[in-house]
Write a protein that binds this ligand. Structure first.
Ligand code: AMP
Length: 144
């Protein structure tokens, strides 16, 4: 899929937003939903997605919705930091397949980093244990 294409409402994150697919939720309000990445690149890898938009990527995001969305990203990042006390946190997103994007509903990755610990590969890691994700999500939720 190119950078400029039609939003596909059958993408997996749209299904999660509609409640058609499960997710290990961390935070939800009118603006955004945060949930655990099921193929985490590190322990605590969390995703934040905007609600009520048909934005495949950052370029498509209505400008008036970007600020409020990024405030949620910051709030969740602060909770991840408080819960897991990593040495660093990558906050990132990808636009278009050549950039590494695999799901075409705008999302921001929050990836805790630990000193000396290698980062898992984007898009090709193993599936996490759901029980482990639930426990991590509970720790993050407790800081929100
Ligand atoms: P990207 O490659 O930037 O589009 O990121 C998509 C992310 O979604 C990847 O990190 C995947 O591991 C993650 N992912 C894919 N399917 C699911 C799912 N059903 N629940 C949670 N995370 C998912």
């Amino acid at each position: 899929m190119t950078l400029h294409d039609t939003y596909d409402p059958s993408n997996i994150f749209a299904k999660i937003l509609r409640g058609e697919m499960p997710a290990v939720k961390v935070y939800e309000d009118d603006i955004a939903l945060a949930f655990m990445d099921v193929f985490p690149q590190s322990e605590g890898h969390t995703l934040v997605i905007p609600k009520d938009v048909t934005a495949r990527n950052l370029l498509d995001m209505p400008p008036e919705k970007l600020g409020p969305f990024m405030l949620v990203v910051q709030k969740v990042t602060q909770a991840v930091e408080a819960a897991l006390t990593p040495d660093g946190i990558v906050v990132t997103q990808f636009n278009g397949a050549p950039a590494g994007q695999t799901v075409y509903h705008l999302h921001v990755h929050i990836i805790p980093r630990s000193e000396g610990k290698a980062l898992g590969r984007h898009g090709s890691g193993g599936m996490a244990d759901m029980g482990d994700l639930e426990k991590l999500a509970a720790r993050i939720r407790a800081k929100l």
